[in-house]
Design a protein around this ligand. Sequence first.
Ligand SMILES: [Zn+2]
Length: 303
Amino acid sequence: MTTTTTTAPAPGGLLDAALAYAAAGIAVMPLHTPDPVHGCSCRDGADCGSPGKHPRLKHGVLDASTDLTRLRAWWRRWPDANVGVATGTILDVCDVDTNDGLRAVLDVLDVVRPAGPLVRTGNGWHLWFAASDLPNRVGMLPGVDWRGRGGSAVAPPSRHPAGRRYTFQQPWTATADLPACPPVLRRIVLPPPPPAPAARSDIADLDRYTQAALTGEVARIRAAPRPVYRSGERITGGGRNCALHLAAFRLGQLAADGALDRNTVWAELTDAALAVGLGQAEVRRTIASGWQAGLGRPRTRPG
Ligand SMILES: [Zn+2]
């Protein structure tokens, strides 16, 4: 086997892409290269469990850099290295592995397609967002991970083991701002700690019984089971929507005498429902329906 000393251009524009990311402030690292025959360029070859997705450098993402000279040296050494981008500083990546996962994310966001760059990976998609100071979170939804602080992702035009390349289905450009992580998604990645009700001034005027009822309903929503997806169909909606409807109904019953503040209750229920992954429109509809039904069946408080 002979080694060549000429500098071949990086196949597929891998270096060009790496330089473009780095110029935009996104730290880059060279990854191993997948091979349809030999598996992976690493020493595990066909036995590699993550072909073409793991770093060539010893310290992984800690070695990622925006230094253009260093990048050129890396891709001179490994011209066909896949491109890994560090997450958590400029961008975060919502890493979707399955069709069902994508459906779940779009459902939560209440959109038909995401706002920003969209990468087609081997079997799934990456949604790019502006860094949101969120940590990594595996399984934020079934088949969906979040790559945040200290994380990384494989970026276009890296090659997938199956032979295809990671490609932008919706473009990334260095000059366009990445979309901010929508609050509804943020709450799924990092659910807020349950509020200490007594400390919340906006509901301080609720009497103790009503307060306990509200806290209990919110807890039930948060504990409700998640939906099950199969082959793109939602088999069960989990218990989340039911729990939300029942909560709105019971609190609506208490509100019939006018002592319960509708805005406070709706805000609390909405927070809890979005945090467990229900979509905005669904949440609005369900609360309104449950609340209305509850008002029609008043319940008197003890004392
Ligand atoms: Zn490998």
